[in-house]
Design a protein around this ligand. Sequence first.
Ligand code: MLT
Length: 404
Amino acid sequence: MAHINKNYLKLPGSYLFSTIGKKVREYQEANPDSDIIRLGIGDVTQPIAPAIISSLHSAVDEMGSADSFHGYAPDLGYEFLRSAIAKTDYQDRSCNISADEIFISDGAKCDCGNIQEIFGLDNRIAVCDPVYPVYVDSNVMAGRTGEYDPEAGRFKDVIYMTCRSENGFVPELPEEKPDLIYLCFPNNPTGAVIKTAELQKWVDYARKNGSIILYDAAYEAYISEAGVPHSIYECEGARECAIEFRSFSKTAGFTGLRLGFTVIPKDLEADGEKLWPLWARRHGTKYNGAPYIVQRAGEAVYTPEGRAQITEQIAYYMGNAKIIKEGLAKAGFEASGGVNAPYIWLRTPDGMTSWEFFDYLLEKGGVVGTPGSGFGPAGEYYFRLTAFGSRENTIKAMERFSNL
Ligand code: MLT
């Protein structure tokens, strides 16, 4: 008789963005004339930049000819892409990371969810609250979190690091010692950032306690201020305690193309064993690599032309972020984020819960956002808007906010 993985039954509800998608579809069906503006899931709206498209086209043509066709990609990803990443994202920023420490994948979400597989079930994880749900849910599925406490909205064996407005939504070092620490900066969902000196404290803490930091830097391209690290490897000693995840989704609009990577330094160890060979083994066994054409598209992101074009695209989205911040302030909302990140985190008005405000905003304003409580109980009474809409829709959404 077959048995299921009962850990899945511990997961409350469906995946946050699936729940939102379903609610919006139902609303749209019931109100077919409604003109809905989607600022919920962080999905980009600008087309892929011309330099990247042109690289995609030539790669597609290569695939059509026997002498330039490509089959399975190398296990870690193509060298041309890993070298471009190592140089531009790391060595040019004085981070000591080499091309063979980079594993190309089809996106940071999968890597963030899968990385826990190389760690034992007896590891204690620490996450921020609010938090990107993938870190917690993937550990629940694996059986590392204990039971769910519906009253607290938390899993019993997880160390939650509450992020409040008073501490700029940056967590404090936990008193209970975690084995695995998930950090995401610039932060999803709050849009908060951590300064280099502050991140250095986490690296020192992890090294002292033998913890591993799982650092999600998917939004680093949105950093506009000095003193904010683009990579955890800007901190001294991070090679000994950190794995980093990066994404092309938000950097270059690849949400539909799919491309990301994970960095595991060769000397990084847990239990006296190197982690690099474990992830290489997992990668080789369970994954056949991002498509050649997409890796060529990724390479174009690092050309001078590609860089200039994505910089312009990011500036466009950050222009939206500014419009949202100003619009919210004018409409009397308290909001943060949106300066080094494409997310704006606002307080719900009049003590409405996050989901009450979700319904209210959809019905009264036709705007979709993400309820803060979907990211954890500390997100209750907050709401997330993304800057990834079109300019026109962003302006329209703010007009609707002012008329709520
Ligand atoms: C989000 O809206 O939080 C992100 O788009 C989700 C993701 O990147 O998986």
